[in-house]
Each structure stands twice: as structure tokens, then as C-alpha cells.
Design a protein around this ligand. Structure first.
Ligand code: SF4
Length: 283
């Protein structure tokens, strides 16, 4: 486990690494680029493969790490309790990951109620098919980057699939590579919006009006929104959404960094740790 630069969470935990491209947003997958680059180093661990994340290479590039399952139980949490992004370098619900391994990951989350565990998959159909007893300190999300009628395949069907998961739910509209149109956000607890991070000649630029359209729908549904970034060379570039005041026509930049309420079980666990002076943290 480690502290992460991803602004909407605090730590990342990767009991699974590697994946297979499965949608239009995967074209410039940051995790694939990073892992393939790292694999070239002389001291690269054996599980890192330099091969492309294609179906034919899946057995080589997808690795489950049983030795990492207990990391959240043992970690020092140098920034105090927080949000843990589960599998930022792959997809927990990839078909190369067994049901029992997925269950073990969820079990670890349950054993750490002082932390919030943020799951994200582009395979919500599998997550919905599995009978998982999700703990309330977990929130499960899917990515939606394109809508109907665009040049890329529509990914909005993942929202309906996600609704089959019996947990708190969120949608990552990142990278938003096309307008997604009107989406059904019923049952969704959190929305994140952001552009693609990739070199200029490869990235697909997000227009702010597309992001604003998602923002407006989330606002209308009273769902907390986190605007992460514009399209840019690196993650986190310009974390402001540009909107135009409909009455004055004046443009302004909004910093929107909302999160869903911290679950009660997590609040209680943090309070208990606080009472016994157990919190680490760089204070
Ligand atoms: S699903 Fe995620 S991790 Fe897997 S290839 Fe696509 S972007 Fe990369």
C-alpha cells in the first residue's frame, strides 16, 4: 500500500495488478503504460510484464498477489485514516481473478472499518453477478466515458449493470472522451468527472460543456460531485470546471471536491481509534 497522487483518495492498494483493455477509455490506460515501462527496468519484479494488455496476453499480465491481502490491516497510514483506491493498476473483476480472491479482498475491507474502500471496475456485470456481502465502508463504482451516438462505443450501459451491485455506488466519468447524454443516476451515491491524462498527440480532449452536463444531472439528483481534472499530460491538471453564468454570461471556474458522507461504521471505528490514541498520521 502507498500514499497516492490521485486526488479523490488517500492511499492505493493493489492486491491485483494487470488487466485487459475492455472499452474505449482503455486506449491510453495509465496503468498499462506505467507497468510496461517499469518492466524494462533491470530490478523489475517478475510479475511485471512488458507485454500489451490484450486478451492473448492476459495470463501473463494479470497477477493476483495473495501476499498483499493483509496490507490494509498492517499499514501505518501515515496520513491518518482515509480512502483506499482498491486496484488502481488493474481491475479486480477481471476474468483472470477468481471469485474467492475477490471475496478475500472484500473481506479485508470489512476488517478495516476505519478506512473507506473505493472499488472501481469496468466490469460491473461480473460484480453484479457475484453474491458479495459488501461492507458499508466499501463503495463500488464503474467508469463511463462515452455515450450513445458518438464515435466511440457507448459505455453508459455499465450504469445499469452497476445498479445490480448491492453496495454504495459511484460513477467515474473519467476519462470523459465524449458527451454521455442523459444518464440515469438513480441509486448512485457519488460522481467523479475528469478528462484524459496522456501525451498531447494521443489524448482525447474533454470539453467542459460535456462535464458540466454531467455535473448538472448529478446536482439535480442531489449527488455529491468531485471534479478531478481537465484533459492534460499528467493527472490532476487544472482541477476546475469552467461554467458560464446563464444570466450574466460571465465564465467562472468552480472547484468541486465533494465526497459522500463517511459511513457510520467508519466514523465509529475512527472515533474508537482516536479515543485509544491509535491514529498514526503526519500531524
Ligand atoms: S479497465 Fe482500467 S486498468 Fe484495465 S485496461 Fe482499461 S483502463 Fe486499464
Amino acid at each position: 500500500m502507498q500514499i497516492t497522487d490521485i486526488s479523490w483518495c488517500t492511499y492505493s492498494w493493489n492486491p491485483v495488478t494487470g488487466c485487459t483493455r475492455c472499452g474505449p477509455e482503455c486506449e491510453n490506460c495509465y496503468a498499462e503504460r506505467f507497468m510496461r515501462r517499469q518492466a524494462k527496468r533491470d530490478d523489475a519484479p517478475a510479475y511485471m510484464s512488458g507485454k500489451a494488455w490484450t486478451r492473448e496476453n492476459e495470463n501473463e499480465v494479470v497477477t493476483c498477489h495473495p501476499d498483499r491481502l493483509d496490507e490494509p490491516l498492517e499499514y501505518s497510514y501515515p496520513d491518518g485514516p482515509g480512502r483506499i483506491f482498491v486496484v488502481s493498476f488493474g481491475d479486480l473483476f477481471h476474468r483472470c481473478v477468481s471469485d474467492s480472491f475477490i471475496q478475500s479482498v472484500v473481506d479485508t475491507a470489512r476488517e478495516c472499518p476505519a478506512q473507506e474502500f473505493v472499488f472501481l471496475t469496468k466490469r460491473p456485470d461480473r460484480a453484479a453477478q457475484m453474491e458479495i456481502d459488501w461492507p458499508t465502508n466499501a463503495i463500488v463504482g464503474t467508469s463511463v466515458g462515452s455515450g450513445p451516438g458518438g464515435e466511440e462505443p457507448d459505455t453508459t450501459h455499465r450504469i445499469d449493470q452497476l445498479r445490480g451491485v448491492d453496495a454504495r455506488l459511484w460513477i467515474s466519468f473519467e476519462p470523459l472522451i465524449e458527451p454521455v447524454g442523459d444518464v440515469d443516476l438513480s441509486g448512485i451515491d457519488w460522481v467523479v468527472i475528469g478528462g484524459e491524462s496522456a501525451p498531447a498527440d494521443e489524448r482525447r480532449e474533454m470539453e467542459h460543456v460535456w462535464a458540466k452536463a454531467v455535473y448538472d444531472q448529478a446536482r439535480a439528483a442531489d449527488i455529491p460531485v468531485y471534479y478531478k481534472q481537465d484533459s492534460g499530460a499528467k493527472p490532476g491538471e487544472n482541477p476546475y470546471l469552467t461554467v458560464q453564468d446563464p444570466e450574466t454570461g460571465v465564465f467562472k471556474q468552480l472547484e468541486i471536491q465533494e465526497h459522500p458522507d463517511i459511513p457510520e461504521v467508519t466514523q465509529r471505528a475512527r472515533q474508537e481509534k482516536e479515543n485509544v490514541g491509535e491514529h498514526g498520521g503526519r500531524r
